[in-house]
Design a protein around this ligand. Sequence first.
Ligand code: PHE
Length: 345
Amino acid sequence: MSADIFSKVHDILKSINEVKIETMSELESFRIKYLGSKNEIKSLFGEIKNVENEKKKEFGQLLNDVKQAAEDKFESIRHIIENKTGRADDFDLDLTAPCEPINLGSRHPVSIVMNRIISIFERIGFNVAEEREIEDDWHNFTAMNTPEDHPARDMQDTFYLRDSTTELLRTHTSSVQARIMTSQQPPIRIIAPGRVYRNETISSRSHCQFHQVEGLYIDKGVSFADMKQTLLYFAREMYGQKTNIRLRPSFFPFTEPSAEMDVYWGLNNEDDYRITKGTGWLEILGCGMVDPNVLINCGIDPDIYTGFAFGMGIERQAMLQFKITDIRQLFENDTRFLKQFSGVV
Ligand code: PHE
């Protein structure tokens, strides 16, 4: 009886030592068979009672050897398989194959022009101020000295939020002027880039959403001459050091006096005739001395402080610089269009 059981255990030891294990699933079967909760070796421990007393010790020793052999084999095979699956030659991987092309993004032409404008003004001490696109009529119109019956307030021109006569999508970045002047005292020197909305029919030349950059400078003794020099500096940095400007009298409710600034574009070819309507001049921005009523509305004393403001559209400048003829292309996100600006900063 005991000889039988000894030879059975020897057989198990032999098969543990000889079994070929090459895959994880084979290893798992091995583990269940010899190391699992109901493994073969465990059941043999129950046989000790059937072994003669003088051989009990030897039998116990043998079972421990078998158990140890199973554990050692499991660990060493596991190590081999795990290391092997980590090796490149186990994968279907061709290291000489050309890689998938990486598609680099590009800056949007509106961002390119906006960033250029921001950096020009930052160099002379203007800080960027960003404010909300959903505004109330006070910041967009009332504070900016725009009377109740002004046509710009009409539903035809302005997008109001549903069920609201006071909340709207800002129609110009001038609303940022009111936000800044009501929250800080002069000296104020900011530019405010951002998106604005007007209820306009979409065509190749106009859109219901576009971008502006606003400028505001308030301090003691700021004059019209300061504004002119600042804008001349801007025009020359943006359009070349030989660029000339002219200021034409104009009207905005929030500035007095007001002007529009043109840059001399030239009449070198047919395109120039078309875009400047034969004059050689291009209108770039609106500007003026901040109306004392605006200062009062925003809690700044007009007897102590004066200032100038200006606002310019971005899309038209982007279209001029990149010879884009249809404004809608700037909002369609067609990658065939956008890809052409790759690498431009
Ligand atoms: N807000 C004006 C517009 O949208 C531009 C402007 C800004 C004019 C500041 C004067 C001063 O047309």
